[in-house]
Design a binder for this molecule. Structure first.
Ligand SMILES: Cc1ncc(COP(=O)(O)O)c(C=O)c1O
Length: 1021
């Protein structure tokens, strides 16, 4: 056989068909890789359930009138190479200019050791929120390191493990101040030189909490102090000014007010801390600690506070406790304090936050250490000084003033600054032209004021706004960062003055130029030591750093180990091809406030993704602004509120929420000051339609919205959904659909199909954004046409002063590329198959487990949707062990427990997703059935009620190596089934004592030699 014939034969043998068929357009094997069970496994599962096809199963479960008539209009799937190539074409339409815009976002360098070992490592990004702390000690330690870093930098004793972005962190701080202030005033003072996007979000939040935002100059504070319950001050402010607010804060405290200081973590290496000024709360963004701007996010915001505010702080706090062996162990502290768990009493709806980004920022601090960070801060400041010096016309090292600048001798508008210079009086048109020629972005303040961004100017009075506009005109801002080079400084000097300094002069000048001067005066300098914990000093060689990171990673169970069957969380595959583009500089390096023309690739990509999500949900308009599911809820309710107001229905304020709803639903409604009415559920877990009808009737005239999760959090498709929506509409209300369970709908049915008006989509569930150990998330909303005018507005560029919900117009834009890749590679057929498989797998698990652990709720034909709840409520009485013991015991089998006690106490909610192969589903079922066998042995008295593998779980290697005094063997404890031996995952600590840690809260890193029962430390002051 000649060579071409041989090749042809080989190819035919490989494919069973021709080259042409292999190359058929649209052919993609991604779908087969994303979906776990292959066709044979699928057939076996269907046979087990008694159905011939997935379609037949779905028709048995979903009534015909709910099913879509036609599939969502999506482009045909392409393979990963083609999808990446297409996205590269879009990426190329973004222009990466040098940006010196500042305004809270900065260029930064992610050390390659962090990129490779954390950012691009599924061991870090595929883990879930550390609810099962024994198998999450690594990320808990990294998050505690983040808290320690924030505590040190802000000089305040407690910090949480991240918030969504700087603007929402400021809004959370306002809510804390309101609750904690002694003052009964309803005004909140906001320093006018706070970043504009922060003011925009504060305005939105305040409006619906009955708070009046008073934007004014800090110099007027003494006059306003008595009339405000709190204040937001900012240093460095949006014009780069550094200020010491100590006296203002003391004066505000005299009136019973609480004070937040917005700050910058890099500046805090050199400048006085908010704690040092007496602030109650400090907020900011950790973005410039190694996280690319990403056209808006994701980044970790931080919040630190005085100890007396501990219980009002939103989000998660990591704390130190001990395990059953008395060893230090970490876990999320005081969880009942988490605001969304308080439901209608909540002051915040934060659930998913930015855990992965917080970990990255913490690792950045570990990598550089205090000396390295200080050196970065000093260099940035030094280059800024050099630039100011050049612009002032002192370009010549001999002191000769060049003629071009001799007359102007421009000086920055303020005297004290860190990395930002603002000039007034430069020829803006010429500066713009030169900047354009150099592909340099500066901040032109008049662009913002002209659009009524809400920057300066009191409470929106015409006079204030006018003064603000006048004041902002002709201001040009330049912010330097870690990436700035001497060449940049030379170019910037030319852009600003028109005078070019030659390279040699610049180098000579820089060589002798002092890093510090009077721009940070003695009173504003930082004097206390920061980041003194050994973790910030020990890991500076790359070898040590990588081992530190790996040691932590090894303590965490993630999707690289086994399935994580968390109901309601949709822990599906995060494919490598989906993740790749988040590292591309064309997407990662873009500042969120670059002129739109430079972000054309983003806009095209988001327009496509918006269209696809619209096709999937059935809605015509989408906003990407919300940074989590809960923020999506808030944005959706805001759209409803604004729509109702627009049609003269301001009085409608009642929000109906089923008892089974996730805590964020009532928390979001509460933040909108809605009146929450709880609707009951029937014995089958469905929303009780009769109760719904009663409540609709009772509140008919004031009904604003129903918030409903469908399929329900009970894991069933309520057939009554269409009637429920109709009832609400007939009474003049709107229907908000919580999209947490959209993974059961995609391609089969849709929120719009059943009558909803708005829904959020958790990109971090249905659309493959990884959970990152507790974030990032993304909660875009899709709305019906009548709500489209009320979608979130651009926080920087919109004239609408109360429509922004996040700091950046498109939220965490960078990670939308993941969902774009997913949908592009799946196509409509692939997505429908994924949904059907998720449902098939859930029903397969329900079928296998039901004889051992009864499935609590079922829908039509005894089927569940994409998840099932198994009932363990009788186990306690029968065997003396709890559902939690079962959850912990699963760790010994190498599994993360399903969702524990939500939405029903003492149950486990299992969601396998479509990505898990049948083998893995079977392993999980085998583990559960083996645990059932252990329960039976307890019941029969073969194992002690107090001493058994469930009560003792999880078992660590240390426990096995110590004296063994149990009534079951080491073998039973650690290797309960033969296959566990093949890849044993050892929990890092034994059962954690939550109560002990909550009694004595320690939310800082313990020193290596510190025992846990030493005195309480809530901070390093
Ligand atoms: C049903 C439901 N609604 C809302 C949320 C909140 O979403 P997020 O954590 O993204 O804010 C969750 C979170 O798991 C959920 O399960």
């Amino acid at each position: 056989m000649n060579a071409p014939a041989l090749l042809g034969a080989r190819l035919r043998a490989l494919s069973g068909s021709s080259v042409a068929a292999q190359d058929a357009p649209g052919r993609s094997d991604f779908v087969d890789r994303h979906i776990g069970p292959d066709r044979a496994e699928e057939d076996a599962m269907l046979a087990e359930l008694g159905y011939r096809s997935r379609a037949e199963l779905v028709r048995a479960m979903l009534p015909e009138h709910i099913l879509l008539d036609t599939p969502p209009a999506l482009p045909a799937a392409v393979d990963e190479a083609a999808a990446l190539a297409e996205l590269r074409t879009l990426a190329a339409r973004n222009e990466c200019w040098r940006s010196f815009i500042g305004t809270g976002y900065h260029g930064t360098i992610m050390p390659e050791a962090i990129r490779r070992n954390v950012f691009e490592n599924p061991g870090w990004y595929t883990a879930y929120t550390p609810y099962q702390a024994e198998i999450a000690q690594g990320r808990l330690e990294a998050l505690l390191t983040f808290q320690q870093m924030v505590i040190d930098l802000t000089g305040l004793p407690i910090a949480n493990a991240s918030l969504l972005d700087e603007a929402t962190a400021a809004a959370e701080a306002m809510a804390i101040a309101r609750r904690a202030a002694k003052s009964k005033a309803t005004r909140y003072f906001v320093e006018r030189d706070t970043h504009p996007q922060v003011i925009a979000v504060l305005r939105t939040r305040a409006l619906h909490l009955g708070i009046e935002i008073h934007v004014a100059d800090a110099d007027t504070l003494s006059a306003d102090a008595g009339s405000c319950f709190g204040a937001h001050l900012q240093t460095p402010d949006t014009r780069g000014r550094l200020r010491d607010f100590s006296a203002d804060i003391a004066a505000l405290h005299e009136t019973g007010a609480r004070v937040t200081v917005g700050c910058d973590p890099l500046a805090l290496l050199l400048t006085k801390s908010p704690g040092g000024m007496g602030a109650d709360i400090a907020i900011g963004s950790a973005q410039r600690f190694g996280i690319p701007p990403g056209y808006g996010g994701p980044h970790a915001a931080f919040l630190a506070a005085r100890a007396d505010l501990l219980r009002t702080i939103p989000g998660r706090i990591i704390g130190v406790s001990r395990d059953a062996a008395g060893q230090p162990a970490l876990r999320m502290a005081l969880q009942t304090r988490e605001q969304h768990i308080r439901r209608e009493k909540a002051t915040s709806n934060i659930c998913t936050s930015q855990a992965l980004l917080a970990n990255l920022a913490a690792f950045y601090a570990v990598w550089h250490g205090p000396d390295g960070l200080r050196a970065i801060a000093e260099r940035v400041h030094g280059l800024t000084r050099l630039l100011a010096h050049l612009v002032a016309g002192n370009a010549d090292a001999t002191g000769h003033t060049p003629p071009a600048a001799a007359n102007a001798a421009p000086a920055p508008a303020s005297t004290h600054w860190f990395d930002t210079l603002v000039y007034d009086g430069l020829d803006v048109a010429s500066v713009r032209a030169r900047a354009h020629a150099q592909r340099i972005n500066l901040r032109y303040h008049d662009d913002e004021s002209a659009n009524g961004d809400g920057r300066p100017g009191g409470a929106g009075t015409g006079a204030d706004a006018h003064a603000g506009t006048r004041r902002a005109q002709r201001l040009i801002g330049i912010t330097l960062d870690e990436t700035t080079t001497l060449t940049d400084v030379g170019d910037l000097a030319w852009v600003l003055t028109g005078h070019r300094v030659d390279e040699e002069t610049l180098a000579a000048l820089a060589a002798g130029f002092p890093l510090a001067g009077e721009e940070i005066p003695a009173g504003l300098r930082r004097h206390d030591a920061v980041l003194t914990h050994p973790v910030f000093r020990r890991h500076h060689s790359e070898a040590a750093f990588v081992r530190h990171v790996k040691r932590l990673e090894n303590r965490d169970l993630s999707l690289v180990h086994s399935m994580i069957p968390l109901g309601s969380c949709t822990m599906k595959l995060n494919a490598a091809a989906e993740m790749a583009p988040v590292s591309w500089p064309e997407f990662a390096a873009l500042h969120p406030f670059v002129p739109p023309a430079q972000a054309q690739g983003y806009h095209d990509m988001l327009a496509q993704l918006g269209q696809w999500l619209g096709a999937i949900t059935g809605f015509p308009a989408v906003s990407f602004q919300p940074n989590s599911g809960a923020q999506g809820e808030y944005a959706g309710l805001l759209a409803i509120r604004r729509y109702l107001d627009s049609i003269g229905q301001q009085h409608r304020n009642v929000c109906l929420i089923p008892a089974s709803a996730h805590g964020t639903n009532p928390a979001s409604a509460q933040m909108m000051s809605m009146h929450i009415v709880v609707v009951g559920c029937d014995a089958q877990g469905n929303v009780d339609l009769q109760d719904l009808a009663r409540q609709v009737e009772r509140h008919r005239d004031r009904l604003a919205a129903l918030m409903i999760t469908w399929p329900s959090t009970h894991g069933v498709f309520e057939p009554g959904i269409v009637d429920a929506c109709r009832l609400v509409h007939e009474a003049g209300g709107q229907v908000y659909m919580d999209g947490a369970n959209l993974n059961a709908q995609v391609g089969l049915t849709a929120p719009a199909r059943v009558g909803a008006d708005v829904c959020h989509m958790n990109l971090h569930k249905t659309f493959c954004v990884p959970h990152g150990g507790g974030g990032p998330g993304m909660g875009p909303i899709a709305v019906a046409a009548h709500l489209a005018p009320f979608l979130p507005t651009d926080p920087l560029r919109s004239a609408d002063r109360a429509g922004a919900v996040s700091a950046a117009a498109n939220g965490s834009a960078l990670i939308t590329t993941i969902s774009w890749m997913y949908i592009r590679m799946m196509g409509a057929d692939g997505l429908r198959r994924a949904t059907e498989t998720a449902i098939l797998s859930a029903n397969y698990i329900a079928r296998r487990l039901d004889p051992y652990f009864p499935v609590l709720y079922r829908g039509r034909n005894g089927l569940v949707a994409h998840e099932c709840i198994i009932d363990l409520r009788t186990v306690k009485a029968r065997c003396g062990v709890s559902a939690e013991d079962v959850a912990k015991r699963l760790m010994d089998y190498g599994f993360h427990a399903p969702t524990l006690s939500f939405p029903v106490a003492d149950t486990l909610m299992i969601e396998p997703t479509e990505s898990e192969p049948k083998d893995e589903l079977d392993r999980f079922c085998d583990a559960m059935i083996a645990i059932h066998g252990e329960l039976e042995r307890i019941e029969r008295g073969e194992l002690g009620r107090d001493d058994n593998p469930l009560r003792g779980a999880p078992h660590t290697a240390g426990m096995l190596g110590s004296e063994w005094a149990h009534g079951y063997s080491r073998e039973e404890a650690a290797w309960p089934l033969p296959w566990v031996r093949e890849a044993k995952f050892w929990p890092a600590v034994a059962r954690i004592d939550n109560a002990a840690g909550d009694r004595q809260l320690v939310c800082t890193l313990p020193l290596p030699e510190t025992a846990v029962d030493q005195p309480v430390r809530t901070g390093r002051t």
